[in-house]
Design a protein around this ligand. Structure first.
Ligand code: ATP
Ligand code: MG
Ligand code: FE
Length: 332
């Protein structure tokens, strides 16, 4: 089984080749154009996808050393994501599958983030829990089989990646600010400042309160000391990161307790955060969990995870008709 997978849900154009269950290439073109606007501009994202998609796909096939005549299926992200971005990948995949006369496989981007764990040699056993934390989502998912997963709790407002990025923006850092908060946090004291953690009764999350609290905290301190951010950047970043990570882990602990599941995974762009990785590893040791954390390149958006999800669908003969169109709000 040789699958070419395409990911174009947001601002990364990516293509990957999977041969007999193994990823042979994973090419990612990140769109830098959005940095100057402080966030992803949908219209610019779809244009950039249009420019990148052909070279990215050709590169992925070349890196895998696989002629396209040997492909067995084309997979693509159907949603969730930005409509214009999804359209580029979807249309490209449809055309290519039609041209090669091979099946098409649609993939749910959030399922794929979870299934990224099966790219690695050390894989979680079923059932497992996955904390999926990204730019648009924050979910606790229970996975009973590769294509049998259920969201147990999720954010009711902002995603945690958004909380990282918006906090960074308040600090005057460029987009996407999540990785920069991570970087500065390494030099800071995580207990320097306290921010209120919102208390949701179940397994759901809320991150809009902490964002507002950070905004007022910075405004008040900058009023008395205009150099406050510059002088205390590391401590502020460390404290914000610590608070967000604690909010995530509190719910994960609760989900593990309620289900009795001890196979625990994390996925999505924010799982690249070193504070989260360290804290989760430590919590896992305390709780006797087996922890699964993807390699960095499989945390943020990539087509390798789309290929892996497609592999499971291919095995079940779950193909997609040519009439398919993207679903920007596709649910699990
Ligand atoms: P979704 O998957 O929900 O559609 P997305 O695809 O935009 O959203 P990802 O690419 O999975 O999200 O993740 C991007 C997010 O991850 C951004 O918010 C980014 O700031 C955040 N992120 C990446 N690296 C780090 C890091 N080291 N620390 C904190 N946040 C990070
Ligand atoms: Mg992205
Ligand atoms: Fe994503």
């Amino acid at each position: 089984m040789n699958i070419l997978a395409i990911e174009s849900s947001c601002d990364e154009t990516s293509a990957a080749v999977l041969v007999n269950g193994h990823i042979l290439s994973n090419v990612i073109a990140t769109q830098l154009i959005h940095e100057q606007y402080g966030g992803v501009v949908p219209e610019l994202a779809s244009r950039a996808h249009q420019q990148h998609i052909l070279p990215v796909v050709e590169r992925a096939l070349a890196d895998a050393n696989l002629p396209k005549s040997e492909l067995s299926a084309i997979a693509f992200t159907r949603g969730p994501g930005l409509l214009g971005s999804l359209l580029v990948g979807t249309s490209f995949a449809k055309a290519m599958a039609l041209g090669l006369n091979i099946p098409l496989i649609e993939v749910n981007h959030m399922q794929a983030h979870v299934l990224a764990h099966f790219i690695e040699t050390r894989q979680p056993t079923f059932p497992f829990l996955c904390l999926t934390v990204s730019g648009g989502h924050t979910q606790i998912v229970r996975i009973d089989a590769p294509l049998d997963m259920r969201v147990m709790g999720q954010t009711l407002d902002d995603a945690v990646g958004e909380a990282f990025d918006k906090s960074a923006k308040l600090l005057g850092l460029p987009y996407p600010g999540g990785p920069l908060i991570d970087k500065y946090a390494k030099e800071g004291n995580p207990l320097a400042y306290k921010f209120p953690m919102s208390e949701m009764p179940n397994l759901d999350f809320s991150f809009s309160g902490i964002k507002t609290a950070i905004m007022y905290f910075l405004r008040d301190n900058m009023r008395t000391n205009p150099e406050f951010i510059n002088q205390h950047l590391a401590d502020i970043c460390a404290s914000i990161q610590h608070t967000l990570v604690q909010m995530l882990l509190a719910k994960l602990k609760r989900a593990a307790r309620e289900t009795g599941i001890t196979e625990i995974a994390v996925a999505g762009g924010v799982s690249a955060n070193s504070g989260l990785r360290t804290a989760l590893t430590k919590l896992g040791e305390e709780q006797g969990w087996n922890i699964y954390i993807p390699k960095f390149e499989y945390c943020t958006d990539n087509a390798a995870m789309i290929a892996m999800a497609a592999k499971f669908k291919y095995e079940q003969g779950d193909f997609t008709p040519q009439t398919v169109s993207p679903l920007p709000r596709m649910s699990m």
